[in-house]
Design a protein around this ligand. Sequence first.
Ligand code: ADP
Ligand code: MG
Length: 397
Amino acid sequence: MEVIVMDKQQFLDEYKAVFNENGKDVFFSPGRINVIGEHTDYNGGHVFPCAISIGTYGVYGPREDSTVAVYSANSAKEENSKIITFDINDDQPQTAADEKWVNYFKGMLVYLKQRNYKIDHGFNLYIHGYLPYGSGLSSSASIEMLMGNILKDEFNLDIDEVELVKLGQKTENDFVGLNSGIMDQFAVGMGKKNNAIFLDCNTLEYKYLPLELGDYEILIMSTNKTHSLAGSKYNERVEECGEAVKRLSKKLNINKLGEIDPQTFDQYTYLINDDTLLRRARHAVSENERTKRAIDAMEKGDLEELGRLINASHVSLKYDYEVTGKELDTLAESAWEQPGCLGARMVGGGFAGSAIAIVKKAAAEDFKKNVGKVYRDKIGYDASFYDAEVVDGPHKL
Ligand code: ADP
Ligand code: MG
């Protein structure tokens, strides 16, 4: 499926229809997928994500007063069509249920101002996103980094992208209330065309690796289901891993599960003494190891090994971390059966959302048809398939 995007002039026209004046600039911020390394970021492990061409557009227009006025074409569809306004000096989250989406934008503004970046007049913002909410492709990081980069550009802020990435995570954690790691914002903010980012979430050391897949491509498979409990379950996993660290640190000097290798973990599992916590921690440790092995495989050009690691990642997310669910399992497990598929797994927080598959280009059409049919028969509605183009991070059009 191809996502049809409006052109720059159409976004400016939409801005004008909403705000009754001309907009100044149009910006784009991508979504992301993650090749491997799931639920490892807040555990201080490694991840291997990349930015994708499906993302969010924003049109900016300056104002002379101190009002910020935000309108989202997407939220307008889901809730009531309205412009939400606040003062640039207001540092409290929006609390009305139908205004909570504004907090992703407002948090970025608040945290930049708290760090003394000069934002001294109001503005209008028109938002149009192509990432379905909760689809595992990180619409939230897409809008945080969109906002950060618009403010950086329009107010000439002297801030580097990694700092904006950290403010994006802080917005998500402290302004919105999801205890997520840094992967999503990093993948979006630091995106590089045709490259994935091997990131150590403990040290923030990173390197780009070209996603050279030869005769293969990455397909995105969407369950077309979002999970309303995903946020609370996510925070529950964060807590479970924290508890496992607490128990392990009776004998091991660690702050995060990403600091231990599987051999060491194995020697100290007796300290955990709880089946659920043991499985959660085992996922975090083994997934971190798989991610490092996946980088070795990529560097050697061993795509089959990469595929096996991707499959093992899904299995671990299903049985040890228990964040998949029948929709994601159906997609991954039916993908594994298809000729020309090297590997498939869920991406993002889980419970619903999307999965990816590495598929031979020549086999892609049959793959979509076959997996699509299994999914429809078993789940009762259609999955969607997208070709992932790997792109640069946020920029002005
Ligand atoms: P994900 O990041 O996986 O898509 P999240 O639950 O983290 O899912 O973020 C989705 C939330 O982000 C939405 O419920 C909404 O509040 C906000 N959001 C994302 N994109 C937009 C948009 N284009 N306009 C307004 N709000 C958006
Ligand atoms: Mg998100």
